[in-house]
Design a protein around this ligand. Structure first.
Ligand code: UT7
Length: 323
């Protein structure tokens, strides 16, 4: 059986850091409120010349270097983003061009904060279905560009960045001991569309719009949805919380991360947390966290790694990978 095995990883952040203290000068908020309610201490904000495509390109180059590959070795690029450089062409095609890749296929995938989980699941399906041999999966965002900087209930939460992994087709035994993606569980329910959305778009207002969120409503659903898809991944593979070496959650709110881990019985020292330094970077948050924990040696080859996310749509999902 073919498995999609992680061959490389990389990340990129804008140059500029914005601390909570600096946020206090923009809206009526405090470092204390932001830390207590979210765990966020700072975020990175894209400056002039830094875009979703440029950050995605940098993350891709880092992943290619780590994998000892060039763009010629890839045949698929998927970019998970809700903040593309342009409505079209896709940011993935833009990055394909920046990397000098003249073959294969590239497309964007939009599932907001669950985008990276959806993109890994999609790349895995392409690889297992024989449509691709080596896929570059990127989560890249510049949410700072769609924030309402006068709305303290949202602007303090989000940040910019990009992360990437390279998945490669390898023969596996079909057992859980195989390296690679072991299962992916995806869900969505559009009935929640009005709880986290952007109030504009090409076909409605002809504008980009700004992010709007009923935070408390999203929060109410988050832990239940996250734990459901993680339990579905356990069931699909016959694994349990005890088998998980690392939980790498979407980084929206420290309270959601801790609540989910507690409900699942995963100890906090097995949870990768970067929300304090990155804020919520939507589709980029999981690959940024993966890069952090794999680069510092926490996540090692052979470790069982659970990814999970929940966000606008609502969309939610989990991916279980043997690293
Ligand atoms: O990534 C996609 C998924 N997104 C999420 O997972 C986000 C989910 N939601 C959350 O993380 C939380 O709901 C928030 C962090 C957004 C808000 O935390 P909360 O504990 O749900 O606070 P709240 O919305 O109930 O607001 C509590 C109070 C309110 O004041 P009153 O009505 O009690 O007087 C808000 O006006 O905090 C006030 N408030 C703020 N105060 C200082 C809201 N934003 C701020 C702020 N600074 N930035």
């Amino acid at each position: 059986m073919i498995r999609s095995v992680v061959r490389g990883f990389g990340a990129a952040l804008p140059k500029r850091v914005m601390t909570n203290k600096e946020m206090e000068s923009k809206v009526d908020t405090s470092d204390e409120w932001i830390v207590q309610r979210t765990g966020i201490r700072q975020r990175y904000i894209a400056g002039e010349g830094e875009t979703t495509a440029s950050l995605g390109e940098s993350a891709a180059r880092a992943a290619l270097a780590r994998a000892d590959l060039t763009a010629d070795d890839l045949d698929l690029i998927i970019v998970a983003t809700s903040t593309p450089d342009n409505t079209f062409p896709a940011t993935a095609v833009n990055i394909q061009n920046r990397l000098g890749m003249r073959h294969g296929a590239a497309f964007d995938l939009q599932a907001v904060c669950s985008g990276f989980v959806y993109a890994v699941a999609t790349a895995d399906a392409y690889i297992r279905g024989g449509l691709a041999k080596r896929a570059l999966v990127i989560g890249a965002e510049t949410f700072s560009r769609i924030l309402d900087w006068s709305d303290r209930t949202t602007c303090v939460l989000f940040g910019d960045g990009a992360g990437a992994i390279i998945l490669e087709a390898r023969e596996g035994s079909g057992m859980n001991a195989d390296r690679g993606v072991l299962t992916a569980q995806l869900r969505s329910d559009g009935i929640h569309g009005d709880k986290l959305y952007v109030d504009g778009g090409p076909s409605t207002t002809g504008t980009v719009g700004h992010l709007r969120m009923e935070g408390r409503e999203v929060f109410k659903h988050a832990v239940g949805m996250i734990t459901d898809v993680i339990e579905a991944a356990f069931e699909a593979t016959g694994t349990t919380a005890d088998d998980v070496d690392w939980l790498v959650p979407h980084q929206a709110n420290r309270r959601i991360i801790d609540g989910s881990a507690k409900k699942l019985g995963i100890p906090l020292d097995k949870v990768v947390v970067t929300v304090d330094i990155h804020g919520n970077t939507s589709a980029a948050s999981i690959p940024l966290a993966l890069d952090t924990a794999a680069a510092d040696g926490r996540i090692k080859k052979g470790d069982l790694v659970m990814l999970e996310a929940m966000g606008g749509g609502f969309t939610w999902g989990s991916v279980l990978i043997r690293w």
